[in-house]
Design a protein around this ligand. Structure first.
Ligand code: PLP
Length: 229
C-alpha cells in the first residue's frame, strides 16, 4: 500500500465515522501531516485528494508550501517569535497559538502582509507538563486578547491528547468541545460565528475525536507511514 491508497483509506474511514456519529463528512477536514515526508510524499497525497497539509517546522512549511501552492498549508508546531513572519507568510491556519506575545507578533506580521491570519488556540486540556497550550481556565483571557487584534481571526481550539489511553483521549476531546462552547458564548455574534473549528485527533485517536465533535483531524503516520497498514 502506498501513500495514495492510505490517504483514500483514511478519508473513507473518516467519512464512515462521521456518518456513524450522525455528522456530515463535509464538516470534517482531514489534515495530512506531511512533516515526515518530502515534497514528493505530499504530492502523492495531493494526487489522492488531500487538499490541506500540516507542518510543524517553519522551514519545512516554507519549502513545501512553495512547492505545492495549490494546497492549503497549516502550521501545527511549536512557535518561536523570530519565525513568526515566515509562518504567517505561508500558513492558512495556525493551530498552535497559546501565548499573547506571539499573538501580537502574528498580528504585526499579518498587518505587514495585508492579510488576516486565521488562528486556533492550543489548549492543554490534560494538564500534562510535557504538553504545550494554554490552561483551560486561562483560555478566556487569552481569547479576549486575541479577538482584539484586527489582523487575527480566531477560528476555534486545538488540543493534543495524551497517548495510549483512548477513553481518556475521548474525555479530553469532549472537554475541549465543552470549553469551545463556553468560549463561543462569550464572544460577540460576528466573532462567535467564525469560532467553529475543533482541531483534535491524530492517527491513533481520531475516531474518539470525531465522536466528540472534532472538525479537523491531523493525520500523519496513518497516511505517510508503512507501519499503519
Ligand atoms: C505529528 C503531529 C500530528 C500527526 O501525528 P500522527 O500520530 O503521526 O498522526 C498531529 N498533530 C501534531 C501537532 C503533530 O505534531
Amino acid at each position: 500500500m502506498g501513500i495514495q491508497e492510505r490517504y483514500r483509506r483514511e478519508r473513507a474511514q473518516v467519512d464512515e465515522a462521521c456518518l456513524a456519529a450522525g455528522r456530515s463528512p463535509e464538516e470534517v477536514l482531514l489534515l495530512a501531516v506531511s512533516k515526515t515526508v518530502d515534497v514528493s510524499g505530499a504530492q502523492e497525497a495531493f494526487a489522492a485528494g488531500a487538499r490541506a497539509f500540516g507542518e510543524n517546522r517553519p522551514d519545512e512549511l516554507l519549502r513545501k508550501a512553495s512547492a505545492l501552492p495549490q494546497a492549503q498549508w497549516h502550521f501545527i508546531g511549536n512557535i518561536q517569535s523570530r519565525r513568526i513572519p515566515d509562518i504567517v507568510a505561508h500558513a492558512d491556519l495556525i493551530h498552535s497559538l497559546y501565548q499573547v506575545k506571539h499573538a501580537r507578533k502574528m498580528n504585526e506580521a499579518a498587518a505587514r502582509l495585508g492579510k488576516v491570519q486565521k488562528v486556533l488556540l492550543e489548549v492543554n486540556v490534560s494538564g500534562e507538563a510535557s504538553k504545550s497550550g494554554v490552561a483551560p481556565q486561562d483560555a478566556a483571557g487569552l481569547m479576549e486578547e486575541v479577538v482584539a487584534l484586527p489582523h487575527l481571526s480566531l477560528r476555534g481550539l486545538m488540543t493534543m491528547a495524551p497517548q495510549g489511553d483512548r477513553a481518556y483521549a475521548r474525555q479530553c476531546f469532549q472537554e475541549l468541545v465543552v470549553l469551545a462552547d463556553q468560549l463561543r458564548a462569550q464572544l460577540p455574534s460576528s466573532d462567535a460565528q467564525a469560532f467553529d473549528q475543533i482541531s483534535a485527533g491524530m492517527s491513533e485517536d481520531w475516531e474518539e475525536a470525531i465522536a466528540a465533535g472534532s472538525t479537523i483531524v491531523r493525520l500523519g503516520r496513518a497516511i505517510f507511514s508503512e507501519e499503519f497498514e
